[in-house]
Design a protein around this ligand. Structure first.
Ligand SMILES: Nc1ncnc2c1ncn2[C@@H]1O[C@H](COP(=O)(O)OP(=O)(O)OP(=O)(O)O)[C@@H](O)[C@H]1O
Ligand SMILES: [Mg+2]
Length: 240
C-alpha cells in the first residue's frame, strides 16, 4: 500500500521540555491510524505538526511525497473541541470552510447540503447547533472537516464528548463512511477500545516518549468479542 502521509524524525520541545523526538508516523491510502496515549503526552502536538499548523523542531512531514512541514491547509483537520458556531445554521457551519477558501456562498451551501443525507443530518440544514444531539453535532463537525479536502483527515478525539453508547455507534458509522469515501484517517484517542475498533495500526505514545506500534490486520466483524481483542488491550495497557 502507498504511504499517503508520512512523518519522519519528528521532534518538539516547549521551552526546555522535550515532548518527543525521533517520531515516525506513516499512513497508507485508505487506512486508519490511531494515536493513543494518556492526557498531556503530546498527541495534539503531534497532530498539529502532521497538519502543518505547527512546525517541528526536527523532522519532515510529507503528503504524497511533497514536503508540507509547517504548511497548513493541505489536510482536513478536526481539532479537539471543534465546536460549531452557535449563531450559524448547521448548513452554514458545514459550508464555512469552503466559503473561507473563496467559493461562492451559493456553491458552498449547495456542495455542503449534498452530503447531509449521507452524514445522517438530512432535515437539519436550517437548525442551529444547539438543536442537535451530541452525535449529530459531531457528525456535522466531521462533515465540515471532510469537505475541506478529500484525501487525508486528522481527527483529534472526535467522539470524546459522547456517551459510551453513542460513541460506539459513531465509531461504527465512521468505519462505514471512511470506507465508502475512501478516507485516510489519523485519529487521536485515549480510549483503547476506540483505537482497536477504528484503526488498522495503533501508535502508542507512552512515558518512554517512543512510539510503540500495533498492526491490526484482517479484523473480524465481531473483533470486540474476540480473545485477540482482550490480548491486545492488555498489551496496550502494559505500554501505557
Ligand atoms: N503551545 C504550547 N506551548 C507550551 N506548551 C505546550 C503547548 N502545547 C502543548 N504544550 C504542552 O505539551 C504537552 C503535550 O500537550 P498536548 O496537548 O499535545 O497533549 P495531549 O496528549 O493532546 O493531551 P490531551 O489528551 O489532554 O488532549 C503538555 O505538557 C502541554 O502543556
Ligand atoms: Mg489533546
Amino acid at each position: 500500500m502507498n504511504n499517503i502521509l508520512s512523518a519522519k524524525g519528528i521532534a518538539k520541545a516547549f521551552d526546555d521540555k522535550v515532548i518527543f523526538r525521533g517520531l515516525d508516523v506513516d499512513l497508507s491510502e485508505g487506512q486508519t491510524v490511531a494515536l493513543l496515549g494518556p492526557s498531556g503526552i503530546g498527541k495534539t502536538t503531534l497532530m498539529n505538526i502532521l497538519s502543518g499548523v505547527m512546525t517541528p523542531d526536527e523532522g519532515r512531514v510529507t503528503l504524497c511525497g511533497e514536503d508540507i512541514t509547517g504548511k497548513p491547509g493541505h489536510i482536513s483537520y478536526m481539532q479537539q473541541k471543534d465546536l460549531l458556531l452557535p449563531y450559524y445554521t448547521v448548513l452554514y457551519n458545514v459550508a464555512l470552510p469552503l466559503i473561507i477558501k473563496g467559493e461562492s456562498k451559493k456553491e458552498a451551501l449547495k456542495k455542503a447540503g449534498g452530503y447531509f443525507e449521507f452524514f445522517g443530518l438530512a432535515g437539519y440544514e436550517d437548525k442551529y447547533p444547539k438543536e442537535l444531539s451530541g452525535g449529530m453535532r459531531q457528525r456535522a463537525a466531521l462533515l465540515r472537516t471532510y469537505i475541506q479536502s478529500r484525501k487525508v483527515v486528522l481527527l483529534d478525539e472526535p467522539f470524546g464528548a459522547l456517551d459510551a453508547v453513542t460513541r460506539r455507534k459513531m465509531q461504527k458509522w465512521y468505519l462505514g463512511i471512511a470506507k465508502e469515501l475512501e478516507l485516510s484517517t489519523v485519529v487521536i484517542t485515549h480510549d483503547t477500545d476506540e483505537a482497536l475498533i477504528l484503526a488498522d495500526r495503533i501508535y502508542i505514545m507512552g512515558e518512554g516518549k517512543e512510539l510503540d506500534v500495533i498492526e491490526l490486520k484482517d479484523k473480524p466483524s465481531d473483533f470486540e468479542l474476540t480473545e485477540e481483542f482482550i490480548k491486545l488491550k492488555k498489551q496496550i495497557v502494559s505500554y501505557l
